[in-house]
Design a protein around this ligand. Sequence first.
Ligand SMILES: *Cc1c(COP(=O)(O)O)cnc(C)c1O
Length: 409
Amino acid sequence: MKKGYFGQWGGAFIPEVLHATFTEFNIAYEAARADSSFWQEYVDLMANYSCRPTPLTFAENLSDHLGGARIYIKREDLNHTGAHKANNVMGQGLLVKRMGKKRVIAETGAGQHGVATATMAARFGFDCTVYMGEEDVARQRPNVFWMEKLGATVVTVTDGSRTLKDAINEAFRDWVTSMDDTHYVMGTVCGPHPFPEMVAWFQSIIGIEVRKQIMEQHGKMPDRVYACVGGGSNAMGIFQGFLEDNDVELIGVEAGGKGIDTDQHASRMVGDRAAAGVAQGYKTMFLQDSDGQMLDTHSIAAGLDYVGVSPILADLGEQGRVRFEAATDVEVLEALTLAMRTEGIIPALESSHAFVQAIKEAPTMFRDQAIIINMSGRGDKDIFTIAHAFDDPSWKDFIIGLAEEYKTK
Ligand SMILES: *Cc1c(COP(=O)(O)O)cnc(C)c1O
């Protein structure tokens, strides 16, 4: 198969001016991958900076409550900065150091990848510029605040729809003129080769750990593994632990938003709003209209609100190796509430999508069966988004009170 392709998906559709940069990038990535001391350095860094290996928690109360399969939760929420994104950015940070570059750029929609990249840049001593659409800068003030405090420059993009895709264009424009000293930090398993393969490699640390942990705790392989799918990096991370075990069913859960039959969701593999296309440097299933214009997406979870999906997952879906489902915003808030009340854990809105599907299916299974939910991140850091999603009246009063206080000062 051609390099960088997964079945018919993937590739590297890049402007001519970036060819030399990608050649250098490919060589550096291949060399790092072939060098076992690089992986060891990565594992050590994640152990001492980001709480790895993250625990696998047996959710005994939730399992009893639902009756059925034993539910285990992989705790990516316990990473530094509160999500699996740390795995990817720290890995790329090590690679940037190896390439001898001094500056990183990134684009971010919800701001979570921007915060993770700014954190990495601070730790490695890189200059950092993050591109963000004007709409998103306005909506995601807490994340913009942290990026700036961590020392990054946040550039507000005022072109087009002033959201993620415009930020991506702007970041590529930067890279064309700065490639000698700058690396573009991709946030997920998307984009042109070698990004999907490389990000999947860094995230595979989740699957390597969890495979060992489930054997220790359950004595055999799990029956099913659930992960939410935005771009697909946390899903690919955990799925890689079980890809060769055909008896382990892998389930990716997309953002069903207001419902799969509405035009307000972000499901590429479920429903009929997506079609094959080439954009942003690679081929995958994109949410687009019949003219190939990208559609507006919606999800209660900012991290799942994306038009494309990993080419690796598009292929695994086509092969039938990964089953795709969608969870609606309403279901997500119910699952989040149940997880909090039964286990005292607070999944991110993104991760709660995986919980929705697991909660639906666990009761139909036997007690000696086990399922794993990848809890990609924690919700407590996203208190603004989650309190808003619950439409909590006393939270509203609190915000209004704060605003009054600022006005009178
Ligand atoms: C960004 C994010 C996601 C979505 O990204 P993937 O690449 O699909 O994993 C999911 N969960 C959390 C907590 C995130 O921050």
